[in-house]
Write a protein that binds this ligand. Structure first.
Ligand code: CMC
Length: 392
């Protein structure tokens, strides 16, 4: 009724009240449940951060042990779920494979359908945290034509995922602690980011009282796009492209500024940050260390740094307040850890999973939640009369 606000892209629309994540985009501040991201990145672990986001407080020793144990007991997939992976073309992109598999979880766990059954929401939460890494590893294994591995529940979440991804059934797999630590850090940095496109999608789908698996599957599809999670793969493709053309960074920046169709500086710019993305700051500081440890340096990192330097001293980027975002340096690290470019966005999904779950649970428990149903400004034809096809 009455006045409708037109806000394309929801630039100024507060669609939810939330106590999970605080961002001050001008100051470059990010906090999960009040804790600065810098402290969590330096001192916490991904599993602890997952607990914090979902339940609101850092766990005690006992709570963390129970949470870890519950997750470890749910990492196996139903054998029938594995058949699912054989239905996709081998060169399928792993993101739609993952979203389809997560969607299929609601067919395997039909006890999950009532979003107000708190015990089952808790079980679905644990099932997701435990099984999505297994599903993600299987999506990878299928894409490279290698046999699937059962989870090894003596390992932690990240170690188990690495073993299922890079290990072989009959061979022992030594998890490199540097690799596990780097991935754990990247997961922490991706774990939540308030009302971004995929989280808003999870909340919107969930607002119709769709179950947690269905809502998260929708979130994974939203994350797939290159302006959102897909940017981490796009950055690497961009850096490879610049390298192939002789490393001419200045020429690439000119093409961006000329707004050549399809040419953006990927990994730059953010809807909320009008300052250096605090996550990118942390990653940049660790990228050097990780890359030289794992690979003895990387030519693409040099191109990325030159690109950043060129952009940050250019009026086009200064005027528009465009700074590196979280995805600018992550791809280089994922590549050094051994992941193919196509797979990077799946790693973002693994990191964002606890954030999506926390938001869905907050949304479903909030008495103020109503079904998400935006309005529109109608721009079509005025009323007109139907003409029979013979007269058109
Ligand atoms: N390269 C060149 N120009 C840019 C870029 C960029 N990466 N980002 C924004 N601009 C320009 C844009 O053309 C516009 O210029 P003008 O005012 O002359 O039309 C101005 O800056 C404002 O941009 P916008 O598109 O209105 O900003 P937005 O808030 O709608 O978009 C964004 C935010 C992240 C989609 C955008 O900055 C972008 O496309 N970046 C590249 C993709 C990327 O790195 N995405 C990852 C985001 S962080 C991870 C995540 O949470 O998903």
């Amino acid at each position: 009724t009455g006045y409708i606000t037109h806000d394309p892209g929801f630039v100024n629309t507060g669609a939810a009240s939330s106590a999970i994540t605080y961002i001050d985009g001008d100051a470059g501040i990010l906090r999960y449940r009040g804790y600065p991201i810098e402290q969590l990145a330096g001192k916490s672990t991904f599993i602890e951060v997952s607990y914090l986001l979902i339940y609101g407080e850092l766990p005690t020793q006992t709570q963390l042990a129970e949470f870890t144990d519950k997750i470890q007991r749910h990492t196996l997939l139903h054998e029938d779920l594995k058949a699912f992976f054989s239905g996709f073309p081998r060169d399928a992109h792993p993101m739609p494979v993952l979203s389809s598999a997560v969607s299929a979880l609601s067919t395997f766990y039909q006890d999950s359908l009532n979003p107000f059954d708190e015990a089952n929401v808790e079980l679905s939460t644990i099932r997701l945290l435990a099984k999505v890494p297994t599903l993600a590893a299987y999506a990878y294994k299928k894409s490279v034509g290698q046999p699937l591995l059962y989870p090894d529940n003596s390992l932690g979440l990240v170690e188990n995922f690495l073993r299922m991804t890079f290990g072989f059934p009959a061979e022992p797999y030594e998890v490199d602690p540097d690799v596990a630590k780097a991935l754990d850090l990247l997961f922490i940095l991706h774990a939540d980011h308030e009302q971004n496109c995929s989280t808003s999608t999870v909340r919107l789908v969930g607002s119709s009282e769709a179950n947690l698996f269905a809502s998260i599957s929708a979130g994974i599809n939203a994350l797939f796009g290159p302006l959102h999670g897909g940017a981490n793969s796009a950055v690497l493709d961009m850096l490879e492209g610049i390298k192939a053309e002789g490393g001419d960074v200045a020429n690439f920046v000119t093409r961006v500024k000329n707004k050549e169709k399809g040419v953006r500086l990927m990994g730059f710019g953010h809807r909320v940050y009008k300052n250096y993305d605090p996550r990118a700051k942390i990653i940049k500081n660790t990228a050097d260390e990780i890359l030289s440890k794992l690979k003895g340096g990387d030519e693409l990192l040099d191109i990325a740094k030159k690109l950043e330097e060129t952009a940050l001293s250019d009026d086009y980027f200064i005027e528009r307040k465009l700074y590196p975002n979280v995805d600018f340096y992550t791809g280089l690290i994922y590549r050094a850890l051994g992941f193919p470019t196509k797979y990077f966005t799946v790693l973002f999904a693994l990191g964002r999973l606890p954030g999506w779950i926390a938001h869905w649970r907050e949304m479903i428990q909030d008495p103020a939640t109503k079904i998400g149903r935006p309005r529109q400004i109608y721009t079509g034809s005025a009323e007109r009369n139907y003409t029979p096809i013979s007269e058109r």
